[in-house]
Write a protein that binds this ligand. Structure first.
Ligand code: GDP
Length: 603
């Protein structure tokens, strides 16, 4: 069948009818080895469905079993996925599965999305206001400014989208929810104050996200402004500015007077050109919720940023586990519009429920599909979310190619210990695994640290530093591990152990066979032999046996003798009869159930 893309970006069959199952979805990157549970989550289905499909292909796996590529590729088509690439494009150890490949010829340049970050009072809000006032998108002039969480401005014919919530907490909260929204980060540093703790934090959050940085050296109108000092401080934080041979653009500005702001915008355009940010305006829209609030008369007002495709009135969409149909759309100037393309922020009406900032929205082919996806997501929400890494399982993840670096966030009591711990941790790096310090600073462990840990799959280490109450609760909820130390050697020992994989491995109990007692014989004074029939699996000489009667466990212990007819055997398989003696149990009854257990190493 030849499918085409219609003007709404949908795949249509030869007769023009929509092909429902061709729902557009991001390519999936599948690590070299992945658990059945994680694979199911990736393919948006349940582990049970995945296990069933494996069985149809002749493989038996349990939910926590780890499977490899060749097996994944066999079952992926049953879930509508096909293998897009093997290893080369995404680096070793990954395959990419996709339902629909984005056609490169459909891609068009889109405006960059910019977030402003920096220390409190360094001028983020003032800069956002100044940019907004002086660079209104001309076609929308005349409208009344609405604060919807994001806006667009025009500079020399180029459009830039600004997210209106400055600060790294919002930035990383989005990332922690899986949404990479920002293309360029502007870090504001007041020239009279220099780099402060929150500037450092912002730099680390942005670096962890791999987003290009432009520095705005602000308040240059102030008599005590010292831009040169800021440049030196930037260099100390590995941000070498262009005039000193680096690649970081630092633009001197006064957010208050507007001086230097046009040049800052020009620089953002240059960075955007280098970044070649593109999207397909002809696809079904997909993007991110920037903010949402409830209005008594209008219902939920949701500001979304379209990241790909074009959003239109009448579109059905899913947002997280919510559903909706677009009733109306408004620009950041409150003007009603019918459609919004890539990088455009719009306020939409019609979502049933209140989504959260950072939720991803996707337009579906029709209402039925939206319903199905929402139902599936609600089921998925019931399945336990996979938690972040712990020091104990880091080595397994390194081995499987899942983690090549151990991401750490370190908080200490005093600034002096930050440097000491940093350099000590660096000595632990090996060829196979290294420590990646996502963020290290003094102070207590905050919610922002936990957010960063979620977003960068990091472990939080407190050195004489305790988590704030809300941070601890948040960490528990998100499955982020916090480890506390007061002796540096203990800290280093644990990290080293994690890296070299000699931490206590994790074991689990598996049942490998089940049999029913059919007869009981006495051999010695009190010695009993149980004659059994294996219903399933096998009973092995070295199994640990659980004797069950009426659902109750009577005994757990080792086998002292295992026979098949007269012979001593190592195991008795399904459908066969045998006899066994147990160490310390001599009260068998006909009908008792014998379960053979084995302890298996998980990591
Ligand atoms: P934010 O906390 O980073 O959002 O900082 P604000 O934008 O609220 O600014 C903090 C204070 O610095 C306000 O009193 C601003 O008027 C002032 N301010 C911001 N930018 C400048 C500037 O370029 N020059 C001067 N002199 N003051 C500024």
């Amino acid at each position: 069948m030849t499918n085409k893309i219609d003007d709404r970006g949908r795949q249509v069959g030869g007769d023009g009818a929509e092909v429902e199952e061709e729902y557009e979805i991001e390519p999936l990157e599948v690590p070299a080895a992945i658990s059945v549970h994680d694979l199911a989550e990736l393919m948006m289905t349940t582990p049970v469905e995945v296990i069933k499909e494996f069985m149809r292909n002749g493989h038996m796996f349990a939910i926590n079993d780890v499977v490899e590529h060749d097996i994944v590729t066999k079952i992926a088509p049953a879930f509508g996925f096909e293998v897009l690439s093997l290893e080369d494009e995404t680096g070793p150890g990954s395959i990419v599965l996709s339902m629909e490949k984005e056609d490169p010829s459909q891609l068009e340049t889109r405006p960059p999305v910019v977030t402003i970050l920096g220390h409190v009072d360094h001028g983020k809000t003032t800069l956002l206001d100044t940019i907004r006032k002086s660079n209104v998108v001309s076609s929308e002039a005349g409208g009344i400014t609405q604060h919807i969480g994001a806006y667009q401005v025009e500079t020399n014919g180029n459009v830039i989208t600004f997210l209106d919530t400055p600060g790294h907490a919002a930035f990383t909260a989005m990332r922690a929810r899986g949404a990479q929204v920002t293309d360029i980060a502007v870090i504001v540093v007041a020239a009279d104050d220099g780099i402060m703790p929150q500037t450092e934090e912002a730099i680390n959050h942005v670096k962890a996200a791999g987003v290009p940085i432009v520095v705005a050296i602000n308040k240059i109108d102030r008599p005590d402004a010292d831009p040169e000092r800021v440049k030196r401080q930037l260099a100390e934080h590995d941000l070498l500015i262009e005039e000193w041979g680096g690649d970081v653009i630092a633009a001197p500005v006064s957010a208050l007077t507007g001086d230097g702001v046009p040049e800052l915008l020009e620089n953002l355009i240059i960075v955007a050109e280098i970044g070649e940010f593109k999207a397909n305006p002809n696809a079904l829209a997909r993007g991110v919720v920037v903010e949402a609030r409830r209005d008594k008369s209008r219902g939920t007002e949701t500001t979304v940023l379209v990241q790909n495709g074009t959003l239109r009135i009448g579109d059905n969409l899913v947002v997280g586990a919510l559903r909706g149909r677009i009733r109306a759309m408004f620009t950041d100037r409150g003007e009603p519009i019918d459609s919004a393309g890539p990088s455009q922020p719009v306020e939409v009406l019609g979502v049933n429920g209140l989504p959260e900032a950072g939720d991803i929205f996707e337009v579906t082919a029709d209402e039925k599909e939206a319903r199905q996806i929402v139902e599936m997501r609600q089921r998925q929400a019931d399945i336990q979310r996979s938690s972040g890494p712990t020091l104990d399982d880091v080595h397994t993840r390194i081995e499987s190619g899942e983690v090549k670096a151990l991401n750490l966030i370190v908080k200490t009591d005093v600034q002096g210990s930050v440097e000491a711990i940093k350099s000590a941790l660096n000595t632990l790096n090996t060829d196979r695994a290294r420590v990646n310090l996502v963020h290290a600073a003094s102070g207590s462990i905050t919610e922002s640290d936990i957010l960063l840990a979620v977003a960068s799959k990091a472990i939080v280490i407190g050195f004489n530093s305790v988590p704030e109450q809300a941070a601890q609760a948040f960490a528990n909820q998100e499955g982020v591990e916090i480890r506390n130390y007061s002796i540096i050697y203990n800290l280093l020992d644990d990290v080293e152990l994690a890296l070299s994989g000699i931490l206590e491995p994790v074991y689990r109990d598996v049942i490998e066979g089940q049999a029913t007692v059919r007869a009981v014989f006495r051999t010695g004074r009190r010695q009993e032999v149980a004659g059994f029939y294996v219903n399933e699996g096998r009973i092995a000489r070295d199994s640990t046996v659980h004797v069950m009667r009426g659902g109750e466990e009577l005994h757990v212990g080792a086998i002292t003798s295992l026979k098949h007819f007269k012979d001593d055997v190592r195991e008795v398989g399904t459908g066969l009869e045998g006899g066994l003696m147990l160490d310390g149990f001599n009260s068998f009854e006909e009908g008792d159930v014998i379960e053979a257990h084995r302890t298996e190493r998980v990591s």
